[in-house]
Design a protein around this ligand. Structure first.
Ligand code: ADP
Ligand code: MG
Length: 667
């Protein structure tokens, strides 16, 4: 039961049935329908252990209307006792047509001497090793005889027309026969109450987390205004002007960093929208205030690219950057650690290596994470821990970047306490990417297209199919594709990157592509995030139907970064499923990451959309943010009200619903 997260009585009462069995009625044997679960009652007229074709217990039970056979392939003495000839028994199971009339295989047996229940019998979600009957008893016990206390004040229940908590959970565990249809469609008042409570808990916990954050301290790092501050010099040295959207989010971030409590901000922006420079300007603001900034990326490849960008921007301005990743040698690592600890390196860039135990910052003020959804809650907490340690117990400002936009409504409701900034326009001068859907049978034309692009001095990506079942197979496919394309494209310099390549080798191929000594980069999805090669203007994705919408959009974002007209060719193999078709059509029609995210959400639902990691799946078990949007809004109002004038109820409500997952709220 612990496996199911069931520990306290509160947990049991909120472990709601999947469905119900109707044991309130007895069906006459003559009225049984094969395949339809039923309960019968009758007298045992025969019972014997047969040994052929295998050892089994076979009995016959009769009522006034007919007879039915029972068969147990495994059985215990208790079965034989219950089925002694002449006993009256109750039998529940699914009848089916056997060789000699109807029979039930492994039905459940009960005594006919107890009164029939007047409510339906719950069937709970269980795991292996746990039986329904054990769980049912545990729930009955947890439910107790006295009503469960209602955590909602009377006024709140009244205003939002909610039934009482105890009434609701009893109706859900032990419903009457008549309430079954509205329970199944989840329209029953009891469902409404439980979903409301869950949504309310979520709103309350967010508010509580936000209030707690405001009580923590963080370095006050206001934007400097002089022309000679680092942020101003950096901006002046950029070869481009910031877009309007970039200026806006830079302002939002600068405002947060000037506050005495930790910023916790998500920076969303489509691939290529220019998040990196926004991060760099935030870092410069930290440095201007005498603090360090750290930028962490989920992969070596991406971290390296950030290092290159940051080095290009900051080193001419006299700022030292420390580099930490898994592939850094012992000596270089020692030096980096020393520079981070002494503060000599104002900036640190790297992978998860940045948050290992032996990394000590001199004065960390700002933690930046790229592609934050790739990091788990634990890693985000660890990064924050680093800051706390450097700030002697205070907090650190956090900016998380994501190119997988999460619709704002979802970000606000599902995420822990986060503010959201969006870069909703691409830098000027980009030519829109044209997306073509091409049947795999026209592969030759696609290869010809590559040929033409390369002859024109451009570069191209070829993304190999995702093979979900096997990494080895995926690798093999990539190697085969690489070989075949080399043969098909003489004179084209082809490179290959995949997940199994040693980091140094991968970096070498990537460098080649970046510098232009590789024309065509054949890759598995390792190029998914962040790679920035403006001269690449053609992207081919093989078996595009196997990829998710967000992933394809990410991949496509690798091109269209320069001024040349870019094309993304999505090759597919027929037949296509309905969802695959919808995905490809969406990509064909739109390049707007936010719109695509909305479509993705529709196609997949919020749970899958966010992935278990950050959906805090268990936070919402009953309510659905889309279906129950109206209820969510009511819960938001109720939360504000309760926080204002019903504080003790807030605590009680959270204690009931949070069940030890407070940690999630912090990350
Ligand atoms: P992403 O948001 O996907 O991380 P990047 O930060 O890698 O995007 O930016 C993509 C490219 O656009 C980079 O080469 C970057 O230097 C460039 N860039 C960023 N902002 C602007 C701008 N305002 N004008 C022109 N180019 C820009
Ligand atoms: Mg990026």
């Amino acid at each position: 039961m612990v496996k199911l997260g069931l520990r306290t009585p509160q947990d049991f009462i909120l472990h709601l049935p999947l469905r119900y069995e109707d044991e309130t009625q007895v069906t006459p044997v003559a009225r049984l329908v094969p395949g339809r679960w039923a309960q019968i009652e009758g007298e045992v007229v025969r019972c014997e252990v047969q040994s052929r074709p295998r050892r089994q217990l076979v009995a016959t039970v009769a009522d006034d209307t007919g007879e039915i056979g029972l068969r147990f392939l495994t059985f215990y003495p208790s079965h034989q006792r219950q089925l002694a000839t002449g006993n009256r028994v109750r039998v529940r199971g699914e009848p089916r047509g056997g060789l000699f009339g109807l029979e039930m295989v492994h039905p459940r047996l009960g005594s006919a001497n107890v009164a029939l229940p007047d409510t339906l019998t719950p069937v709970y979600p269980i795991t292996q090793g746990l039986s329904q009957s054990v769980l049912r008893r545990a729930v009955v016990q947890a439910m107790g005889d006295v009503p469960w206390q209602d955590t909602l004040p009377h006024e709140v229940r009244e205003r939002f027309a909610l039934e009482e908590f105890d009434e609701a959970i009893r109706a859900l565990h032990y419903p009457t026969r008549a309430s079954l249809p509205s329970l199944q469609s989840r329209e029953h008042a009891a469902w409404r109450r439980v979903k409301f409570d869950e949504l309310l808990a979520q709103q309350l916990s967010l508010a509580v987390a936000r209030a707690a954050r405001r009580r923590r301290s963080a370095p006050v790092m206001p934007a400097h205004t002089g022309q000679d501050c680092l942020a101003a010099r950096l901006q002046a040295s950029l070869p481009f002007a910031l877009s309007g959207a970039q200026r806006r989010v830079v302002g939002e971030i600068a405002g947060d960093m000037a506050r005495p409590y930790p910023m916790q901000r998500l920076l969303q922006g489509d691939v290529g929208s220019g998040k990196t420079v926004v991060a760099a300007l935030a870092a410069a603001q930290a440095v201007d205030n005498g603090y360090q900034a750290a930028l962490m990326a989920p992969t070596e490849l991406l971290a390296e690219q950030h290092l290159r960008k940051f080095t290009g921007w900051f080193e001419p301005l006299g700022i030292r950057i420390a580099w930490l990743s898994g592939s850094v040698g012992a000596k270089a690592r020692r030096e980096a650690l020393a520079a981070i600890a002494s503060g000599e390196a104002a900036l640190a860039v790297g992978t998860q290596a940045l948050i290992q135990e032996h990394v000590h910052f001199h004065r960390l003020g700002l933690a930046l994470t790229d592609e934050q959804h790739r990091f788990g809650v634990g890693q985000r907490l660890a990064l924050r821990q680093k800051g706390a340690e450097a700030a002697q117990g205070g907090g650190v400002h956090q900016l998380m970047m994501s190119a997988t936009p999460i619709p704002r409504t979802l970000a606000m409701t599902v995420f822990a306490d986060l503010d959201v900034s969006e870069i909703d326009e691409l830098p000027p001068g980009r030519t829109p990417i044209v997306t073509k859907l091409v049947d795999d049978v026209r592969r030759d034309e696609v290869i010809e297209r590559i040929h033409a692009a390369v002859a024109d001095g451009r570069q191209a990506y070829w993304v190999c199919p995702l093979v979900e079942e096997s990494e080895a197979l995926e690798l093999q496919t990539a190697v085969d594709t690489f070989e075949r394309l080399r043969v098909a494209l003489p004179g084209v310099r082809v490179g290959l990157v995949h997940g199994k390549l040693a980091p140094a080798d991968k970096a070498q191929v990537m460098r080649g592509f970046q510098e232009g000594s590789v024309d065509l980069l054949v890759a598995t999805t390792v190029i998914e995030v962040g790679v920035d090669v403006p001269n690449a203007s053609l992207m081919v994705v093989e078996h595009a139907e196997r990829f998710g919408l967000a992933q394809l959009h990410q991949l496509r974002g690798r091109v269209g970064r320069g001024t040349a007209e870019s094309v993304c060719v999505l090759m597919y193999q027929t037949p296509l499923s309905r969802v695959a078709k919808a995905r490809l059509r969406t990509l064909h029609e739109s390049t707007d990451g936010f719109l695509i995210a909305e479509r993705d959400l529709e196609l997949r639902g919020p749970g899958e959309f966010l992935g278990v990691r950050q959906s805090g799946e268990a936070l919402l078990r009953f309510a659905d943010l889309q279906d129950d949007a109206g209820l969510a809004e009511e819960a938001r109002q109720a939360a504000a009200w309760m926080l204002q004038s019903h504080r003790p109820a807030v605590r009680e409500h959270l204690a009931r619903w949070l069940r030890g997952r407070e940690d999630f709220l912090k990350a």
